[in-house]
Design a protein around this ligand. Structure first.
Ligand SMILES: Cc1cc2nc3c(=O)[nH]c(=O)nc-3n(C[C@H](O)[C@H](O)[C@H](O)COP(=O)(O)OP(=O)(O)OC[C@H]3O[C@@H](n4cnc5c(N)ncnc54)[C@H](O)[C@@H]3O)c2cc1C
Length: 465
């Protein structure tokens, strides 16, 4: 029997879900209310794209599995994306500077480019190889009953149309109205969890100064153990010889959109390196601000969901962006859908619930990682840390200190942070022992710079006090 699926939202989660479905479903229609640009350009409905967006290796691999006929990685690199070994970036964590290990293994490579380039490349790959139709339309409600969703009502050019579907995927992002639509069908509230540190993101693009072309991703993290608000920063090399610099502050320590204050904020972080790097760099535009940074998870898999509806991407959960997880979780959710769709008919009983349950596993892992740090900042809205959280945090703090001096411990932590290994890896006996023994080398007194990087910093001048 012929099957049709409708996907709401034509961004990362929606496009990848459409690719997943196209392998087994006869007709896949993506509804996107935004005008999609011809090239890697900004668009209105994804304002988050102005901020640093890193793709984790788990997300990269999921995208590759979903689009086997296109080498998405190669296309990104050909368009100027960079690959950054996670263990060779300049990272200043609460426990100090991480040593650098330039070991290159695919599992530890971050993909660094603008979010516009990434989305455009994924869109091109999906439309080049998958049987998918994208329609400029807004989904306004779900059709069906509390037992089964049977389609979507779509609004386009002022006219409404009912699109019947065997499966509907909601991938309409953090502003998704799916909860309201479900309520209208008579489905009771969805269990929700929220941890909000009031984080504000401020980002600006710079031209990479001469002599600084080989600077890696540079990150200065907040220290939740400090009594004040957490302030952090990221400098990410992106295509076309640019740096995308994102600064962030929790409640009481927020950055502003004032360009005059941007570099000062960076210089005032726990270490001034990012401020020093951009102090003489040419800005390529204004400062963009985002307050859409709270952690929020909606446990659709625990609710009495109707058949015929799956929710993926930010519509399920959002995370503190500092951990760079959202797009990868969207890709892992689509990967789950793809694997299930190859095993069972999308209209079969329990299909949607099975996908939702499976996809919840990576959502839960990412959410736990993201909230485990955020819950320590002052004036956080959400659940207070429990005794177990406190013990775990002390253990993780000690392990992170060891990781600043040990490649195996650092690599194990990175594998968990990039969602490639289960958190249980962190309590492997070897790691427990290494953590109990403590650091194997003296802590670094400053950033571990190469000669070329030091020479560039010397040329910029002394760090203002
Ligand atoms: C400041 C910031 C920094 C971030 N940094 C990172 C990072 O470094 N790495 C990372 O992986 N993630 C990062 N993220 C998260 C990432 O942006 C999201 O996880 C990702 O965009 C989720 O994709 P999505 O497709 O679920 O939603 P979105 O990208 O938000 O797309 C939703 C789409 O649905 C469409 N839509 C909405 N409603 C309707 C409707 N009713 N009908 C039709 N279409 C509709 C919208 O127009 C939009 O195109 C960051 C987020 C923020 C806010």
């Amino acid at each position: 029997m012929s099957r049709r699926a409708v996907v709401i939202g034509g961004s990362v989660a929606g496009l990848l879900a459409a690719a997943a479905l196209s392998r087994s479903v006869d007709e896949v229609i993506v509804l996107e209310r935004d005008e999609l640009p011809e090239g890697p350009q900004p668009r209105r409905r994804t304002p988050q794209a102005r901020h640093a967006h890193i793709l984790l290796p788990s997300g990269r691999d999921a995208i590759q599995e979903l689009l086997p006929r296109v080498d998405v990685r190669e296309r990104l690199l050909a368009s100027g994306a960079h690959e950054q070994p996670l263990t060779d970036m300049l990272g200043f964590g609460p426990q100090g500077w991480f040593r650098r290990w330039p070991t290159v293994t695919d599992e530890l490579l971050l993909t660094c480019c603008s979010r516009d380039l990434l989305e455009w490349t994924v869109r091109g790959a999906v439309l080049d190889t998958a049987q998918v139709t994208v329609r400029r339309a807004e989904a306004v409600s779900l059709l069906g009953t509390a037992q089964r969703v049977t389609g979507v009502r779509a609004l386009s050019d002022g006219a409404e149309e009912d699109l019947r579907a065997d499966l509907v995927v909601d991938a309409s992002g953090r502003g998704s109205r799916v909860e309201h639509w479900l309520e209208t069908l008579g489905v009771p509230g969805i269990p929700t969890d929220e941890v909000d540190s009031g984080l504000v993101y401020a980002s600006r693009v710079f031209s990479v100064p001469k002599g600084a072309e080989h600077f890696p991703v540079t990150q200065v993290e907040a220290d939740p153990a400090d009594s004040g608000p957490g302030r952090s920063g990221n400098l990410v090399p992106i295509e076309d010889g640019r740096w995308l610099v994102s600064l962030a502050g929790t409640r009481g320590g927020e950055p502003t959109a004032d360009p005059e204050e941007f570099t000062d904020f960076a210089l005032g972080l726990r270490h001034p390196l990012i401020g020093q790097l951009i102090s003489d760099a040419e800005p390529l535009g204004d400062v963009s601000l985002s307050r859409s940074t709270r952690n929020r998870r909606r446990d659709f898999h625990k609710a009495a969901m109707p058949e015929g509806l799956v929710v993926l991407g930010d519509a399920v959960a959002t995370y503190n962006p500092v951990y760079g997880q959202g797009m990868s979780i969207a890709a892992l959710g689509a990967q789950t859908l793809s694997r299930q769709v190859q095993r069972a008919d999308v209209a079969s009983p329990g299909f949607a619930r099975g996908v939702q349950r499976e996809a919840a596993k990576s959502v839960s892992a990412a959410y736990t990682l993201s909230t485990s740090q955020d819950q320590w900042f002052p004036e956080v809205v959400g659940k207070a840390p429990t005794l177990v959280d406190r013990l775990l945090s002390r253990y993780m703090g000690r392990m992170a200190r060891v990781a600043t001096t040990s490649y195996p411990v650092s690599a194990a932590m990175c594998a968990v942070l990039t969602l490639q290994a289960d958190a249980s890896r962190l309590v492997h006996p070897k790691l427990l022992l290494a953590t109990l023994k403590g650091p194997v080398l003296e802590p670094l007194s400053g950033p571990p710079l190469t000669d070329e990087e030091s020479a560039f910093l010397d040329s910029v001048g002394p760090i203002p006090v």
